[in-house]
Design a protein around this ligand. Structure first.
Ligand code: AKG
Ligand code: FE2
Length: 207
């Protein structure tokens, strides 16, 4: 290998890396909690660049009453046996499993991804209740890349909402009864924002 190909200390500083778990657990009511760890991934630019590339993003359509409408974000879903598009993401899942495994009692397996192209893209209020999240406590771990967008949470049936700003490389984990007793959303914004990709790690059977 020639010297010219050896990474300098500055290049290495930009390599994506995981920082130690040092987040804050926010206990919501009804047995729900949220762990928030800003800047969990450092040097996230290289990950974002890959995620914004051609990784098979698809535009979904959904029936809304009598109309079929475009889902306002692009989607890509990775099952547990598909290699994730950047090695940092595989390391992130392994680190999440090492850290949360004892509490969760099972591994995070799938990686669902959303691409919010600009402020018009969003996800409406919902809980992740298509699978087991409807009936049992579970966890959904989200790593955010790109433009900051807030994740909002509110109790099911009404109540004051809570806002977690999610920036480049931030981790948020929704746990306990959060998917059943609370709802979350990423609101649209009129502000000029660039693209954001969220990577959601979930256990098998949670969607
Ligand atoms: O983009 C996010 O951080 C949230 C996405 C989400 O709630 C979902 O896909 O279920
Ligand atoms: Fe969700």
């Amino acid at each position: 290998m020639s010297l010219a190909h050896q990474p300098s200390i500055w290049d290495l500083a930009d390599e994506p890396a995981l920082t130690p778990f040092a987040g804050t657990r926010h206990h919501l009511n009804r047995g729900a909690w949220v762990d928030h760890l800003p800047g969990w991934v450092s040097g996230s630019d290289a990950v974002l660049e890959v995620l914004l590339g051609d990784i098979g993003w698809r535009a979904d359509r959904r029936q809304m009453y009598e109309r079929e409408v475009a889902v306002p974000r692009l989607l890509r879903w990775y099952g547990g046996d598909e290699v994730l598009p950047h090695p940092l993401l595989g390391r992130a899942r392994a680190a999440l499993n090492a850290h949360y495994g004892p509490e969760l009692g099972e591994p995070f397996v799938s990686a669902g991804m959303c691409l919010y192209r600009d402020g018009r893209d969003s996800v409406a209020w919902h809980g992740d209740r298509i699978g087991r999240g409807r009936s049992v406590d579970t966890m959904v771990a989200i790593v955010s890349f790109g433009s900051p967008r807030p994740l909002m949470l509110r109790p099911v049936g009404g109540g004051e909402s809570i806002r977690f700003p999610l920036g480049h490389g931030d981790l948020v984990v929704m746990g306990g009864s959060c998917q059943r007793t609370w709802e979350h959303c990423i609101p649209k914004t009129a502000r000029a924002v660039g693209p954001r990709v969220s990577v959601q790690f979930r256990p098998r059977g949670v969607a």
